[in-house]
Ligand binder design. Structure first.
Ligand code: BES
Ligand code: MN
Ligand code: MN
Length: 458
């Protein structure tokens, strides 16, 4: 048996134990956005550090930050070999609405070849498959083929700044020849993909105020400002029915896509549009009809309302005019844009479009730049070969609509290729009820990453 066959064998023989490890990790509710879970987030970090130690990492530690801790591991094997920096996140999204889950989000459950639970696909399952691949090398070959640094964060889902501060202040410490991130999905189980672009994000909160107190809608209706209604008007003016965003500076800053991207989006050779409709359970898409759906996800900016709070939403009826209304609004951005600059443009647009007679306040909750990867480098080529070796199909190179804020900072600070090699599937329901990860993807992912580690050795 050659080395990779032995490692694949090791991964198969120990597969149930790896699932067990993952189940342990998933049972820790590391929800980074909700302060009451801070201790669980810390426990999930400790769990990861202990795994690194068990695998054989000579250095594995928690790095304290102003927020949730980072987990850092390092294993230097040979100064002549390249160094791979591996990134992932051990925090997860909140689980509401809880009643829509078929099994409790933090009691991982296996059904029909999938493991269900919060964080299964995003991102604990994908980090765990990397740990399994590292372990296969450590145990079968008594060491790793290349030098490895691994950095896991606990604030990715909360838009936390801890890791960005750390990366900016430790560029030499983190120096590597490439960065590997397993936190995306493939086109489908038969069609793997390597991601060449991520969109940036700007996440904001808009508070609109009217009267100094809630008012009776009979005594005051007709003369009182209604912040909820003003908020709806404002949102309708920011993004029209045709999906176009009315922020002039933003419209002017959208990059011209490459002919190859445009062609891929227009032709949609993998029939992703149909798959998207099926995943969403809708018969028609909304948005900017003048652009192909894939371009709307891969490149165009978007503005989405995540939630609106205000007034009366309980059972029954209450005749009240609220004094205040709040909306959570985010924009996805082309990779070339700086979210902080876009925030200024948004503030100006909100000021211009807010109906008169209201006060408003806009807060920049967090932002992160997008990423554009040039696929012409040895690390992406190696990843493509590994994918082909394990999945039996060449990966497509394509852009993704989601955001991984730290990826852009790695590219900027370390100036090395970013390999976005994800094993999720589009119907994993990340961030939603009944998130799952296919156990077959889990297994193939381990083997692919193990193969990749061997392939980038000189
Ligand atoms: N893993 C996702 C990013 C992603 C989403 C990749 C969909 C591929 C497909 C990541 O954990 C995530 O959810 N990112 C957030 C970033 C935000 C909270 C700053 C996102 O995209 O909303
Ligand atoms: Mn993720
Ligand atoms: Mn996520």
């Amino acid at each position: 048996m050659d080395g990779q066959a032995k490692r694949n064998n090791y991964l198969d023989e120990n597969f149930d134990r790896f699932v067990g490890h993952l189940e342990e990790w998933l049972a820790i509710p590391s929800i980074s956005t909700l302060p009451e879970y801070a201790e669980d987030v810390r426990r999930a970090a400790h769990w990861a550090r202990e795994r690194l130690t068990a695998i054989g990492f000579p250095e594995a530690k928690l790095v304290a930050t102003a927020g949730h801790p980072l987990v850092y591991g390092e294993w230097q094997v040979d100064p002549r070999q390249p160094t791979l920096l591996i990134y992932g996140h051990y925090d997860v999204q909140p689980v509401d609405p809880l009643h829509l889950w078929s099994s409790p989000p933090f009691q991982p459950t296996i059904r029909g070849g999938n493991i269900y639970g919060r964080g299964t696909s995003d991102d604990k399952g994908q980090v765990m498959l990397v740990l399994a691949a590292l372990e296969a090398w450590a145990k079968v070959d008594a060491g790793l083929p290349v030098n490895v640094k691994i950095l896991l964060e606990g604030e990715e889902e909360a838009g936390g700044a801890a890791i960005a501060d750390y990366v900016r202040s430790h560029p030499e410490h983190l120096q590597a020849d490439a960065v590997l991130i397993c936190d995306t999905h493939m086109v489908n189980a038969e069609q793997p993909s390597l991601i060449t672009g991520l969109r940036g994000i700007l996440y904001t909160e808009i508070v609109v105020s009217g009267a100094k107190t809630d008012l009776h809608s009979g005594s005051y209706g007709g003369v009182a400002p209604n912040p909820l209604h003003a908020l709806c008007l404002l949102l309708g003016r920011l993004k029209g029915e045709d999906g176009s965003i009315d922020i002039p500076q933003l419209a002017a800053a959208i990059p011209v896509p490459s002919p190859a991207d445009k062609q891929f989006w227009q032709d949609d050779p993998l029939h992703i549009e149909e798959a998207l409709k099926a995943e969403m359970g809708v018969s028609a898409m909304v948005g900017e009809g003048a652009y192909p759906a894939l371009e709307r996800i891969g490149l165009r900016p978007t503005l989405e309302v995540h939630g609106i709070r205000g007034g009366f939403t309980g059972e029954g009826a209450k005749t009240v005019i609220p004094a205040e209304a709040v909306a959570k609004v985010s924009l996805r951005l082309p990779a070339n844009l700086d979210p902080n600059e876009v925030f200024g443009w948004l503030e100006e647009a909100v000021g211009n479009k807010m109906p008169s007679g209201y006060r408003f306040h806009l807060t920049n909750l967090h932002g992160g730049r997008g990423l554009s990867v040039n696929p012409d480098n040895p690390y992406l080529r190696a990843a493509a070969k590994s994918v082909e070796a394990i999945f039996g199909a060449l990966p497509v190179f394509m852009r993704e609509g989601g955001s991984i804020p730290i990826a852009a900072l790695f590219a900027e600070v370390l100036k090395v290729p970013i390999v976005l090699l994800g094993f999720g599937l589009p119907d994993d329901r990340i961030h939603a009820p009944n998130e799952k990860f296919s156990l077959n993807q889990f297994r193939q992912g381990m083997k692919t990453v193990a193969d990749f580690l061997g392939r980038i050795r000189f």
